[in-house]
Design a protein around this ligand. Structure first.
Ligand code: F6R
Length: 264
């Protein structure tokens, strides 16, 4: 595997020819951060993403667990987002995704695998979201956050907006409306655009940027435009991933050749 390391806007970018090696490299970066946290403070707090990109990363982590190399006994996880409203039993829920791809295959304690609750009554959604941020803080903050990037440049479900950069980097975990591009991307999974759940609970930009390290991965030509804008454009709320530039020193991008197509 030939890997090229570059720097864009102060962020480290690992450019890897094929997507399979992107997933393996990302799993290795997660493992390294987990090992360091376990040595340093006896536990690790990890932010997780869902979607099509990280599925293979979880397959690698499950494999390491099966081979006896990785235990989740001292690992706490926080997922980025969940559709709202949705039952955890719904196969399209991110709770179900995490169960199927990771949680049911490893020795993580049930009460340490946090996913925002898509069944919380709406009048309690804000309190639930605030509590989620509080739990992360109480756990000593995220040692590493895994991110994907939407075609429209979103991170978690922090969608493009006309807010200022200053307002956006302070956004907490909350209930949001999904952007039309995000709904379109989910249409196949939901069996039609009109069936996509239009709202979600999302980890805010603030807790994401507060993580001690951030790994963001992108594969495929459909991500090339968002990747180029996030890495080389100005910081703007119109491309939420560009705000990672504000914490550049702790961000690593892992991208394949197709996703890097539009980079200078
Ligand atoms: C998922 C999430 C989203 C995805 C993004 C890319 O938890 O927070 O921001 O990372 O929509 O999704 P995929 O990987 O399906 O292209």
């Amino acid at each position: 595997m030939s890997m090229q390391e570059s720097d864009y806007s102060g962020m480290k970018v690992l450019l890897i020819p094929d997507p399979e090696s992107v997933y393996l490299t990302t799993a290795n970066l997660l493992l390294k951060a987990i090992e360091a946290a376990l040595v340093y403070r006896g536990r690790a707090v990890v932010g997780l993403a869902t979607g099509s990109t990280p599925a293979a990363v979880y397959a690698h982590l499950v494999e390491r667990h099966r081979s006896g190399y990785l235990s989740f006994r001292n690992i706490t996880t926080y997922n980025l987002d969940e559709y709202y409203p949705i039952s955890p039993l719904d196969p399209k829920s991110y709770r179900a995704y995490m169960h199927n791809h990771l949680f049911s295959h490893v020795d993580i304690a049930e009460n340490r695998a946090h996913v925002l609750d898509g069944t919380v009554p709406e009048e309690f959604a804000a309190a639930h979201a605030a509590e989620f941020d509080h739990w992360i803080d109480a756990d000593g903050g995220l040692d590493i956050q895994l991110l994907g990037i939407g075609k429209n440049g979103h991170i978690a479900f922090n969608e493009p907006s006309r807010l200022s950069v200053a307002e956006t980097i302070r956004l907490p975990t909350r209930l949001v409306e999904l952007h039309p591009d995000t709904r379109a991307a989910a249409a196949r999974e939901f069996g039609g655009l009109e069936r996509v759940i239009p709202r979600a609970l999302t980890m805010g930009v603030a807790p994401i940027l507060a993580a001690r390290s951030i790994v963001i991965l992108a594969t495929g030509a459909h991500k090339a435009d968002a990747v180029a804008r996030a890495l080389t454009g100005a910081m703007t709320a119109l491309v939420p991933a560009s705000l990672l530039q504000s914490v550049a020193h702790k961000v690593t991008w892992v991208i394949d050749a197709a996703a890097a197509e539009r980079l200078p």
